[in-house]
Write a protein that binds this ligand. Structure first.
Ligand SMILES: *Cc1c(COP(=O)(O)O)cnc(C)c1O
Length: 387
């Protein structure tokens, strides 16, 4: 029997928490509190507490978070910024749009930047590195921070896909703020290591709003203040003074109200995601053709924003899934640096090239039914002629 399994079902998730979302909507609408009000501040406080940073500043998108972070760090013309060859294009676009040059580095088997290849591309112009925590799994931040300290680089974490992921620190690494150094150790969340953590609340992210949204988290008061002004055209909202030519990229109060509600569910939703991932692993782990996203590194956990596997059969596999009614994502068959208009330097990234032919993300969300997960598993097995 053929059925349809959607990749995500936002309308179904809405019904799961409809009462609370509707109440927030009526509260905001009836009071007319649209811009920079209590809901935004409450969400910022709760997000900072969740991530374990002093500040969170709500912005309009993950792209804005990256862009604002680079501006706050003074990155611009003539500077080089290290980014992974396998990520969403916005990571590199933010670098280009501040006038700097993205220098791409290949990724490893976990889809994150290959730390063994970072130091080879560092030059006297290198000012920053943007590790991306892809799909819900952190880059090796202990190593990234060590390399950054050694070479005096600013670290901006692109954590857009990994809210809730964490990693053990070792005690020699200190958290980064401009000028000052502070000690922090033990288990630390994604987005609390670098100068900033960058977040996207695009509807299909692990914490998704009902439209665009984003934020930075930081321990640096100057960076938080910079973003707070620049998101509102450079204006200090209390004094009316302009502190520079800014942007319009404030997180809407309504979105903040919705996100604040969903943030409370995030820990239990992450458990649900982990349970689905475990089910996929048990059911599919024996198939030698598949590389599943389980890394068994006790220092890090995976929160499964995406369940991205690699099948040696590439498109044959993903097309079979689609033809069988299972919506899958194949991000990205064409790496971003191969898009000519972006004018990026392809230095040869063998792992990115290999994985881009093979990636396939199976449905992974909190609203999916157990029977749907079972069906996905059946379809994968039937592709390999097993049941
Ligand atoms: C989604 C995403 C972004 C951009 O976020 P937007 O809110 O869509 O601007 C940046 N980097 C990564 C890794 C992402 O997944």
């Amino acid at each position: 029997m053929t059925r349809k399994v959607k990749f995500v079902e936002p309308a179904k998730l809405y019904l799961m928490i409809k009462e609370e979302l509707d109440a927030a909507y009526f509260e905001v609408m009836s009071k007319g509190e649209l811009i920079d009000r209590g809901q935004l501040r409450a969400f910022e406080e709760n997000l900072a507490a969740f991530v374990g940073t002093k500040y969170a500043v709500g912005l309009n998108s993950g792209y804005d978070a990256l862009h604002m972070s680079l501006r706050a760090a003074g990155i611009g013309n003539g500077d080089e910024v290290i980014v992974p060859a396998h990520t969403f294009v916005a990571t590199a676009s933010a670098v280009v749009n501040v006038g700097a040059k993205p220098v791409l580095v290949d990724v490893g088997k976990d889809f994150n930047i290959d730390c063994d290849k970072i130091e080879k591309v560092i030059t006297s112009r290198t000012k920053a590195i943007i590790p991306v925590h892809l799909s819900g799994y952190m880059a090796d931040m202990v190593r990234v921070m060590e390399i950054a300290e050694k070479h005096g680089l600013v670290v901006v974490e692109d954590a857009c896909q990994s809210l809730g992921a964490s990693m053990d620190d070792n005690d020699s690494v200190k958290c980064q703020v401009l000028g000052v150094k502070e000690e922090k150790t033990a288990r630390r969340m994604a987005g609390s290591w670098g100068l900033t953590g960058c977040w996207s609340f695009y509807p299909f992210k692990i914490l998704g709003g009902y439209g665009d949204g984003g934020a930075i988290t930081t321990n640096d008061p100057d960076v938080a203040l910079f973003a707070t002004r620049m998101r509102y055209n450079g204006e200090d909202r209390h004094s009316g003074e302009y502190y520079g030519h800014g942007f319009t990229c404030l997180l809407d109060n309504m979105q903040a109200a919705f996100l604040d509600i969903k943030l409370r569910y995030l820990p239990q939703w992450i458990e649900r995601r982990k349970a689905i991932a475990a089910k996929y692993r048990v059911a599919l782990g024996y198939l030698p053709d598949l590389l599943l996203p389980h890394y068994d590194d006790s220092r890090r956990d995976h929160v499964y924003q995406n369940y991205t596997l690699r099948s040696k059969q590439g498109n044959d596999f993903s097309e079979f899934m689609k033809a069988s009614g299972v919506e899958v994502l194949t991000q990205f068959r064409k790496p971003y640096y191969r898009h000519e208009a972006l004018k990026l330097e392809d230095r040869g990234f063998p792992e990115t090239e290999a994985l881009s032919r093979e990636v396939c993300s199976l449905p992974m969300n909190v609203e999916i039914a157990d029977e749907e997960v079972d069906y996905v598993i059946d379809v994968v097995r039937s592709f390999y002629g097993e049941r």
